[in-house]
Write a protein that binds this ligand. Sequence first.
Ligand code: PHE
Length: 448
Amino acid sequence: MNGREHWGSRIGFILAAAGSAVGLGNVWKFPFITGMYGGAAFVLFYLISILFIGLPVMLIEFSIGRRTQLNPVGAFRTLAPKGPWFLVGVMGVTVGFIILSYYSVVAGWTLSYILKAVVGGFNGFSSPEVAGEAFAAYSSHPVWPILSHAVFMFLCVWFVSRGVKSGIERGNRILMPTLFLIILLLIIRGVTLEGSGEGLKFLFKPDFSKLTPNAMLVATGHAFFTLSLGMGAMLTYGSYLSKKEDLVRSALWIMVADTGVALLAGIAIFTAVFAMGFEPNAGPGLVFHVFPAIFAVMPGGVFFGILFFLLLSIAALTSGMSLLEVVTAYFIDQRGWSRHKASMVFGFLIFLLGVPSALSFGVLGKVHIFGMILFDFFDYLSFKYMLPLGGFLMVLFTIFRWKPQSLLEELRKGGPALKISTGLATLLLLISALFVGVTFVAGILGKA
Ligand code: PHE
């Protein structure tokens, strides 16, 4: 389509897509759900999901995006003008809206914790219990979490409103290398600390009795979440690509970066959790309990504390941008809004939807939906149910409507001549559809 903005360079695209994938999912969510759902067996199932469904769905999203040069709704409308397939796009835009609303709350916590680290606020955190109480006091406060949530949404709008190339791409070009540098520094710091074998055992020695159908669905849902799949974020980023890009190679890079960061974060946190005799199943507060307590006692702790929460904030920001971009692109393409208007209006609405989540650790703590506080409800609804469902439908769409042949055609543009027959591609797609479908149904029926 003429006039559509494109990425300025290949590396710019890869950094932006990796920026979308690497986020709070890796450093905040992956450790806490691994802690809650039993450790290594859960991790193994997550890795299998990444391979069997993460890769195909990412390739599908990039291909559909680049082929149509449109947002998720427009893309499905173009490829399947008749029929209800565009609803997959509608669901995607809606999920983007929901995820960003509570994601921004956690991102706000990380921003506040940078500040806390700067003023030496971790000094008195002699144990994870003290740090845990401090976190509970902070997250249940009626004002601070909302203010920091607002600051984070403002930052997302700031980048997205400036456009794909001069906002999102430029931001990622600076933020992502910074992020990798910080990770490197933190790892050097981490391995020179006294670690704990118990933590590694928890992460890498599977106990399959803990792998309930429910845990499997959480692992699969997380595979979608961490790779930004199932709701059209990668589709939207793919829509700013030209035909010159090698989609398969890009996808592999992004997956390696994302999985690598998750495993490193997992190692960092679980060695610390077990070394300090802390419980691994603390839920969403896990990194906010454990790390400040470590920084309080470790040499150079203030410095590394600032770095760590800066890392989390950057990771969150580059993902938050991609979530807001999905909603923004829809209103630009389909409704003819200006980028400024779309990003600002929806940035604000998403902020409003996030307020109840922000308050659900405090004044709204008694409000439950399906037995969960609002924050958990939005989180589980989106990542455990809607993303796998979206991914499942995208695979079905490719098999039965768009046809595997068209997918291969698109993948071959700009890439090496993929030596894979249509028959084999169809089989692989069927396997991933079956994988998600069975996990989904078993997870829902086997509520454990
Ligand atoms: N992948 C991001 C993370 O791991 C979250 C995300 C989900 C971003 C869906 C975009 C779309 O934090």
